[in-house]
Design a protein around this ligand. Structure first.
Ligand SMILES: *Cc1c(COP(=O)(O)O)cnc(C)c1O
Length: 398
């Protein structure tokens, strides 16, 4: 199956999410098969040799590739509009591989400072241990990116919208600066999903996902993926992943592959509900600040209108009364569950300062915009009315 239908027309992205990448076996199964195998057998020693040299295409060993994992990779690459993808065991394996694949001792990375806690660990603590200097900047300030550049700057890294503040960065403008200084731009696109934002079209060199989030969307499997041009993946990612082994399990690939079929349906519905919730909650006396990409009062509403096709399934709320107020709010919820995950069919709420961003100092948290009263709401597939009822009764009890 290719991106074109039999009459040569390019298929729409939603169609490709259902049909692209199928490797149908001799049994002609309708649903994609789960190939739970570590390896493969060869008809002859010559055939085996040809597989290893690459002269004969095909599978070798599940650390390198697997038919079910390949189906997942082809399907997500097609939807993203990327030439190539490599699946990883987790989103963090994807982030780490993308950065380690691009950098070596003596290099420098500039990163937006509003980051998922583990991403910030990799940039600010892990990479420096291997001789890579890092500078964290306010990603919304384009001059800050320019001023941080050194002769040895090789990579720019950002999340947009960022976890958990939902701050938005002008990807096109940052990509332009990266090009001018000869750096590669890596974008963690988890929060917008490929449904609403295509960083490669905006000039990024590489996109990474935690497939654990909206791509699974039902809270089951961990997974990640690195996407880019064929040349980018072969030069920087392919060998690193094969030799170091953060491979996606075929079982997880099968779950995530089937989940891709419904990704736009779920994300569109969750976003519509989130927008309705944001409007219903804005102005509540117990909310000090509500940030929702998609509302006109978002600080970067103009950039969102340019670079995102839709809003977000997430809402950031700063509750009155700091940590105590946020805890009273969380503890008063009945339907929305307290959990640090996101993108799930079930609505989930997190207090980042004591969970995902707990290991940072209060100063670092303040710098990232993670205030003591901040909660991150991930909107699920429930009826909006039930969610509004639950959230409002809990806010009333703050
Ligand atoms: C969750 C998350 C990750 C890490 O993904 P895992 O699958 O948990 O390893 C990376 N970046 C962002 C923005 C995330 O939300």
């Amino acid at each position: 199956m290719s991106e074109r239908s039999r009459n040569g027309r390019i298929l729409h992205a939603d169609t490709r999410l259902v049909h692209e990448g199928i490797l149908r076996s001799e049994f002609g199964e309708t649903s994609e098969a789960l190939f739970l195998t570590q390896g493969h057998v060869y008809a002859s020693a010559e055939e085996c040799e040809a597989r290893f040299t690459g002269d004969s295409p095909g599978f070798l060993y599940a650390r390198f590739s697997n038919p079910t994992v390949s189906m997942f990779e082809q399907r997500i690459a097609s939807f993203e509009g990327a030439e190539a993808a490599r699946a990883t065991a987790t989103g963090m394996a994807a982030v780490t591989a993308a950065l380690m694949g691009l950098l070596q001792a003596g290099d420098h990375i500039v990163s937006a400072r509003a980051l998922f806690g583990s991403c910030r660990y990799v940039v600010a603590e892990l990479l420096p241990r291997f001789g890579v200097a890092s500078t964290l900047v306010d990603g919304t300030n384009l001059d800050a990116w320019r001023e941080a550049v050194r002769p040895e700057t090789k990579v720019f890294f950002l999340e947009s919208p960022a976890n958990p503040t939902l701050e938005v960065i002008d990807i096109q403008a940052v990509a332009q600066i990266a090009r001018e200084v000869g750096a590669k731009l890596v974008v963690d696109n988890v929060f917008s999903t490929p449904v609403w934002q295509k960083p490669l079209e905006l000039g990024a060199d590489c996109v990474v996902y935690s497939a654990t989030k909206h791509i699974d969307g039902q809270g089951r499997c961990l997974g990640g993926v690195v996407l880019g041009s064929e040349e980018f993946i072969l030069t920087h990612i392919h060998t690193l992943l094969r030799q170091t082994g953060p491979s996606m399990s075929p079982f997880n690939a099968w779950v995530l592959l089937k989940s891709l079929e419904t990704l736009p349906l779920r994300v569109e519905r969750q976003t519509r509900t989130a927008a309705e919730l944001a409007d219903a909650l804005a102005g509540h006396s117990r909310i000090r600040r509500l940030t929702y990409p998609g509302r006109a009062d978002h600080p970067q509403a103009d950039i969102i209108a340019r670079q995102m096709k839709g809003g977000s399934t997430l809402i950031a709320l700063e509750i009155e009364g700091g940590k105590a107020g946020a805890f009273r709010f969380l503890n008063a919820l009945n339907l929305v569950r307290i959990s640090n995950n996101l993108g799930d069919a079930k609505s989930l709420i997190t207090h980042p300062a004591t969970t995902t961003h707990q290991r940072f100092t209060p100063g670092e948290r303040a710098e990232m915009g993670v205030r003591e009263g901040l909660v991150r709401l991930s909107v699920g597939l429930e009826h909006p009315g039930d969610l509004i009822d639950d959230l409002v009764q809990a806010l009333d009890r703050v």
